[in-house]
Design a protein around this ligand. Structure first.
Ligand SMILES: Nc1nc2c(ncn2[C@@H]2O[C@H](COP(=O)(O)OP(=O)(O)OP(=O)(O)O)[C@@H](O)[C@H]2O)c(=O)[nH]1
Ligand SMILES: [Mg+2]
Length: 197
């Protein structure tokens, strides 16, 4: 997809701040530090558009970015960061569950897992929510540049076995590996939702 414009629109701390103009939305979900913001920046070819950090667990809002004036990217807060309080963890669950079950505009959920590690318990729980929701989702395995090819192939098999999901797309925000595959998945869903409404 040719990116003609990409801009940060707003941070939503609760439902009343969600965008209501009806454009389709692509959500990025995954644990803290897995590379959600980096994936988003890499897809849009905009280095600092979504803030990346070495201090995980800080973003507690859903950040909306308008792309080509046609659809939104929604960068969701990360989960599973050990040092956040129990209350914050419970808040994440409520927020994500509400978002996934109620967000009509959601055209595609992109679940990120770290290509170097086995999916965690929370990764599995999120994957279950996504499967129950009956809405399109894909799995992207991040930081693929940190593994040898052999190890990457092995890990991708393991990830898709554990999440018993669709195929897993390996991604590297540093090299752009996987970019075309992720864009095709996004475009397919955006086109469908444009036809529907
Ligand atoms: N080598 C490499 N590093 C990556 C890649 N993706 C992300 N990183 C690094 O991983 C760290 C976390 O990336 P973020 O994109 O901020 O992760 P996030 O999921 O948005 O984190 P939170 O917003 O805290 O939930 C940063 O230091 C990134 O530079 C990748 O594909 N390759
Ligand atoms: Mg982030």
């Amino acid at each position: 997809m040719k990116i003609t414009s990409a801009e940060f629109v707003k941070s939503a701390f609760d439902r009343s701040h969600w965008i209501t103009d009806g454009r389709p939305e692509i959500a990025f979900l995954g644990r803290s530090n897995v590379g959600k913001s980096s994936l988003l920046n890499s897809l849009l070819n905009r280095k600092g558009l979504a803030r990346t950090s070495n201090t995980p667990g800080r973003t507690q809002s859903i950040n909306f970015f308008l792309v080509n004036d046609r659809f939104y990217f929604a960068d969701l807060p990360g989960y599973g960061y050990a040092k956040v309080s129990k209350t914050m963890r419970a808040d994440w669950g409520r927020m994500a569950e509400q978002y996934l079950s109620e967000r009509q505009e959601l055209a595609l959920s992109i679940q990120l897992v770290d290509s170097r590690h086995k999916p965690t318990e929370l990764d599995r729980q999120l994957h279950e929510w996504l499967s129950y929701g009956n809405k399109p989702s894909i799995i992207v395995a991040t930081k693929a540049d940190k593994l040898s090819n052999n190890q990457l192939v092995k890990n991708l098999e393991e990830i898709s076995r554990i999440l018993s999901g669709p195929s897993v797309i390996a991604y590297s925000a540093t090299s752009g590996k996987g970019r075309d595959a992720v864009w095709s998945a996004i475009e397919a869903e955006i086109n469908k939702s444009s036809k529907l409404g």
